[in-house]
Write a protein that binds this ligand. Structure first.
Ligand code: PAF
Length: 282
């Protein structure tokens, strides 16, 4: 497994792989890998001849009061997980490599996709995500890139950007991986104190309750939202940022539940912000 930090080296590597007819699969991450990332890597391994993992804590997607400085990092552990998953190259640039002095170009996906939900709670977040993902695609030049569905809105934004910019990359969304007790895997779970972690289980429980009711025939978004909110309120320390039901591609609110309806939740538990989601009929 190679570790590459230079953009030109990464580009040459990918170009050579492509020229020799190899299919390049790519998993972009911010490191501190968990089983969710490992599932993306395994699928990438299956789909590509060459598997590239990027580890880059992207400063432009963090707001001024967010957790950029304390975002968890453990490169040695990430390396082990990557090796076990059969990664060929870890692209591991510094912030200065990606954003050298004078850097001025950003990718803005306009409209509701980036202004609602996470976009409203975290202004500028998706500009940072779209910019770094576009740059990573130009550096790694993958045929296929894999993203987790836990970052539901991010996946919709990346799909939109890839279509709009005609980037020749197939985007694959992968299922959320959960702990045995239902908590969606996230690098930020490490911030949770034991009691906060227990409270956080209400998120998956609320999604489960709403999904179960939808599959049993409840088709009123309002009633499903009340059910989910009721479950979250059983943990009074949870601070709800949003609970909403949206169309999976447009992220518009829906009037009726159908196969495109997803419930999305964002809460704060202590100082930690957690997001989760589920398709209601799948
Ligand atoms: O989901 C993440 O880890 C990040 O947002 C991504 C896609 C690697 C961009 O920095």
């Amino acid at each position: 497994m190679d570790i590459i930090s230079s953009i030109t080296e990464m580009q040459s590597f990918s170009l050579a792989a492509r020229q020799s007819g190899k299919k390049v699969a790519f998993v972009p991450t911010m490191g501190f890998l968990h089983e969710g990332h490992a599932s993306l890597l395994r699928e990438g391994r299956r789909r590509g001849d060459i598997l590239v993992l990027s580890i880059f804590v992207n400063p432009t997607q963090f707001g001024p009061n967010e957790d950029l400085d304390r975002y968890p990092r453990d490169f040695a552990r990430d390396e082990t997980i990557a090796r076990e998953a059969g990664v060929d190259v870890i692209f591991y640039p510094t912030a200065d490599t990606i954003y050298p002095p004078g850097y001025s170009t950003y990718v803005d996906v306009e409209g509701a996709l980036t202004t609602v939900l996470e976009g409203a709670c975290r202004p500028g977040h998706f500009r940072g995500v779209a910019t770094v993902v576009a740059k990573l695609f130009l550096i790694v030049q993958p045929h296929v890139a894999l993203f987790g569905r836990k970052d539901f809105q991010q996946l919709a934004v990346v799909r939109r950007m890839t279509r709009d910019l005609n980037l020749p990359v197939e985007i694959v969304g992968m299922p959320i991986v959960r702990e045995a007790d239902g908590l969606a895997m996230s690098s930020r779970n490490v911030y949770l104190a034991p009691d906060e972690r227990r409270q956080a289980l209400a998120i998956a429980a609320a999604l489960h309750l709403a999904g179960q009711a939808a599959r049993e025939g409840e088709c009123s978004p309002r009633k499903l939202l009340l059910l989910a909110e009721g479950r979250l309120h059983q943990e009074p320390e949870l601070c709800i940022e949003y609970v909403t039901i949206r169309h999976q591609e447009t992220l518009r609110e829906v009037d009726e539940i159908d196969a495109d309806a997803a419930m999305l939740i964002a809460v704060r538990v202590g100082k930690t912000r957690l997001i989760d989601n589920a398709m209601l009929l799948v």
